[in-house]
Design a protein around this ligand. Structure first.
Ligand SMILES: [Fe+2]
Ligand SMILES: [Fe+2]
Length: 342
């Protein structure tokens, strides 16, 4: 008996039929000047985490006591929840090829994947040179240490909830909504890292944050470009989704850039108390973390910046009662809603 070959009817005298959602055929388009500009800028602005003298960081850290080193490792562990974004953008790269987005847009997403890999390396190297093993493979010496380790681990666990939501988001949202959702995070990241680079006492950390801010500024420019290209064609429903995602961005990223809001986050009861203690210890050790007032100011600036752009295209800003900013009230953000990223 012969099995039917599903390819027995191919007509080689005609062009082949490609499946609709597939990375083939490779196609290129060379219009979309603005996207090409960002892509070229991304290549020019690449930097290498090995340009940072990690030996100097290690030497500096060896002059600190254990709690101070832990506080810095703690901060980078939390940052890594958001800078663990290599797979986030790698997934976006795959989708952008499957759906045949503009060549330059695919190129930009590829560079962001590499940027995020670098940011993630920086988190790992910072921990490795201050308190290796934190937060998973270290024996706590007292209750504060135990709670700080659990804080970091539970933040990561919330990250795993985010990851599930993110993967699902591609089934629910179109690319314009998805990429515009990144806007708030990129804007906040830009401000936070700029502030931290200016305040850092350690020269190497200052360099790290300065370089990271350059990347985040470019990521913001990308999300902004997507927004101005697509907002005019968005219907009311999509505009509302963007407003909701801007709020989700604030809720998600506030954990490290402000204070954890009640929505979404599932954290130990002692979280905030221990978190604030760790931040204070890090500050006293000379590791600059903006204080609450500066954090509020950074967010307010980010919100105003994003808000001004969105408003021009008829998208409303969500209310941010925490910052005293009025706008559309967004309730019931649940764990399925999380698309934003740093
Ligand atoms: Fe990043
Ligand atoms: Fe970013």
């Amino acid at each position: 008996m012969m099995t039917m070959d599903k390819y027995s009817n191919l007509n080689f005298n005609e062009s082949p039929q490609f499946p609709e959602v597939n990375v083939y055929p490779p196609k290129w388009n060379f219009d979309n000047d603005k996207a090409w500009q960002i892509y070229r800028r991304a290549k020019r602005e690449q930097w290498d985490e090995d340009q940072i003298s990690w030996d100097k960081v290690k030497e500096w850290a060896s002059g600190l006591d254990r709690k101070e080193r832990m506080a810095i490792a703690y901060w980078f562990s939390l940052l890594s929840c958001f800078d663990n974004a290599t797979p986030v953008f790698a997934y976006a790269v795959i989708k952008s090829f499957e759906f045949h987005l503009d060549t330059a847009v695919r190129g930009i997403l590829t560079t962001i994947t590499y940027d995020e890999n670098r940011h993630n390396m920086v988190c790992g190297l910072s921990i490795q040179n201050t308190l290796p093993g934190f937060p998973l493979d270290l024996k706590p010496q007292d209750d504060l240490e135990r709670k700080a380790m659990l804080n970091a681990q539970w933040v990561w666990w919330n990250g795993s909830r985010y990851w599930n939501a993110y993967l699902e988001a591609y089934k629910k949202y179109t690319f314009d909504v998805l990429f515009t959702s990144f806007m708030m995070g990129e804007a906040a990241a830009t401000t936070v890292f700029t502030t931290m680079s200016k305040g850092a006492k350690n020269e190497e950390f200052s360099k790290v944050f300065k370089n990271t801010a350059v990347d985040e500024t470019r990521h913001y420019a990308f999300t902004h470009l997507i927004m101005i290209d697509s907002a005019k064609n968005m219907n009311e429903e999509k505009r509302k989704l963007v407003t909701k995602q801007i709020r989700a961005g604030f809720v998600f990223l506030s954990l490290i850039t402000y204070k954890p809001p009640k929505d979404f986050w599932k954290l130990p009861p002692w979280f905030t108390e221990v978190h604030e203690k760790m931040e204070d210890i890090a500050r006293n050790a000379g590791f600059y973390i903006p204080n609450e007032k500066e954090k509020e100011e950074a967010w307010r600036q980010a919100v105003l910046r994003v808000g001004a752009s969105l408003k021009r295209y008829g998208i409303s800003m969500p209310a941010m009662p925490e910052l005293g900013i009025t706008g559309e009230e967004i309730k019931d953000i649940n764990e399925d809603d999380f698309v934003p990223i740093f």
